[in-house]
Write a protein that binds this ligand. Structure first.
Ligand SMILES: [Zn+2]
Length: 470
């Protein structure tokens, strides 16, 4: 045995490690399904996130938190000492990258709550291994949550935090109501230095404020996305924005009542008659594509308000606090019956717009947006997006790519996560059944993040009845 010379400080550090650096898997053994290395997942179907067709009878080897190998089970042998899991009849996809995945939730009649406990567990249990919060009500809470998860003291996905919403004087109470470009610079500078990764501009920002915010953010290596209304998509692209949220229904530039720096009165994106192949829309797409600006699809938060849609996933009501579940159910039923709803034609047009954007060469990613009246909570809403993107006309490999690799590209982490490829971080979702037959992520069983496999059902159980409260 070779004895390494160690200084006293190094010796102390080594001996302190087990306590100080206790991993989430050690701290939360009840929630973990697989905490071994190496691990071989054998005889699985793989949809790898690159957009390539599914491959059957594959073996995925995980070692030291990374994907060590992936290929046909006949040729990829589990390494010596590996825990071998025969997962015949299961599908493996990359961990999802949720681009509109808030750390807070709004629901029922005007409720709002930070979900620092239940939100991260719902995301992870649903297969979402990375989130960008895309608008923070409590940025310090997000920054601290991110550190807690990274230190293994809390359970959840990798987090890209966001600063407070940047909007104009008509913004809601939790937002930064800017009164000019200097305010935009000041707020962006402060939060960039505090460590946020992104900002989100909101519906009442002016062009001058948005331009100033983008310039200041980029100076700090921070990016900007937006849920717009007062500024059109093409104007935002010209100002240097990095990403645009919600697709068609947040783009006011096709509204005949649009005035500069103003959101058209009562704007709802009622574009049922719009030609997505016409010159106006194609000009938007060309601008976005030429400037590398991605679009974030959030179909589920629209669907919950569309008349005539199928009932909400019952699991939503099971995880919500009972009182909130009751309110949400009542609103969902009223909307589906047509009261205060989005028309099916407008919703269909929004899906057509996203398909046309991809056809034109645009980068489409996705996220849940757990806001509005609250029927699309963290994670479960991301899973519903999978079904809605399929319904919108994308193939299963395309939807997986939109929800994983494309999100990773937007965040600039596609060298590390987003696909099932050797060398990448082992962020993976294991589903029971053949995903292409199922058309749904609802049978998610194990979610690997950094090589640790979390038990999806146990994560859901750990938040049952408290979502919407904590
Ligand atoms: Zn949002």
């Amino acid at each position: 045995m070779r004895v390494l010379p160690l200084g006293a400080a190094a010796w102390l550090a080594l001996n302190a490690t087990p306590l100080a650096a206790q991993s989430a898997a050690e701290r939360f053994p009840d929630l973990v399904a697989v905490d071994a290395t190496p691990v071989a997942l054998t005889h699985v179907k793989v949809i790898d996130g690159t957009g390539a067709p599914a491959r059957t009878d594959q073996t995925v080897v995980i070692e030291g938190g990374r994907i060590a190998a992936v290929g046909p089970s006949a040729s990829v042998r589990p390494p010596m000492g590996a825990r071998v899991m025969d997962l015949s009849g299961h599908t493996v996809i990359p961990g999802l990258v949720g681009l509109h995945d808030h750390s807070y939730y709004t629901g029922g009649n005007g409720r709002a709550a930070q979900l620092s406990f239940s939100g991260p567990r719902l995301y992870l249990g649903s297969g979402v291994t990375t989130i960008r919060t895309t608008g923070a009500r409590a940025p310090y809470e997000e920054l601290n949550l991110k550190s807690e998860i990274e230190a293994g003291r809390a359970v959840g996905p990798t987090i890209f935090t966001t600063g407070p919403y940047l909007t104009g004087e008509q913004g809601s109470a939790s937002m930064t109501r800017l009164d000019g470009p200097e305010a935009a610079r000041r707020v962006v500078r402060y939060w960039s230095e505090e460590g946020v990764s992104w900002f989100k501009a909101y519906t009442w920002i002016s062009r001058a404020e948005l331009g100033a915010a983008i310039e200041e953010a980029h100076r700090h290596g921070v990016k900007v996305t937006a849920h717009l209304c007062s500024v059109g998509y093409r104007e935002a692209v010209a100002l240097g924005i990095d990403n645009l949220e919600h697709g068609l229904l947040a783009n006011s530039e096709y509204d005949p009542d649009k005035r500069p720096d103003e959101c058209p009165p009562g704007f709802r994106g009622d574009y049922a008659g719009l030609d997505v192949n016409g010159p106006e829309v194609q000009a938007t797409f060309k601008d976005m594509i030429d400037h590398g600006v991605a679009m974030t699809s959030t179909l589920v938060v629209y669907e919950i308000s569309v008349a005539g849609r199928p009932p909400i996933d019952e699991r939503v009501y099971e995880v919500l606090a009972p009182e909130i579940a009751q309110e949400v159910r009542a609103i969902a039923e009223a909307r589906r019956a047509g009261r205060g709803a989005i028309s099916p034609e407008v919703y269909a047009k929004a899906t057509e717009y996203e398909r046309a954007f991809v056809k034109a060469g645009g980068l489409l990613a996705a996220g849940v947006d757990p806001t509005g009246y609250g029927a699309a909570p963290p994670g479960l809403g991301d899973q519903r997006n999978y079904e809605l993107l399929l319904e919108a006309g994308f193939t299963a490999p395309e939807v997986v790519q939109i929800m994983s690799a494309n999100g990773a590209k937007v965040l600039g982490i596609d060298d590390e996560v987003g696909t099932v490829e050797a060398g990448k971080v082992a962020d993976l979702v294991v589903l029971q059944g053949d995903l292409e037959d199922l058309g749904s992520l609802r049978t998610t069983r194990i979610v690997f993040r950094h090589g640790v496999g979390w038990d999806s059902a146990k994560l859901f159980d750990s938040v049952r009845g408290i979502v919407g409260i904590r």
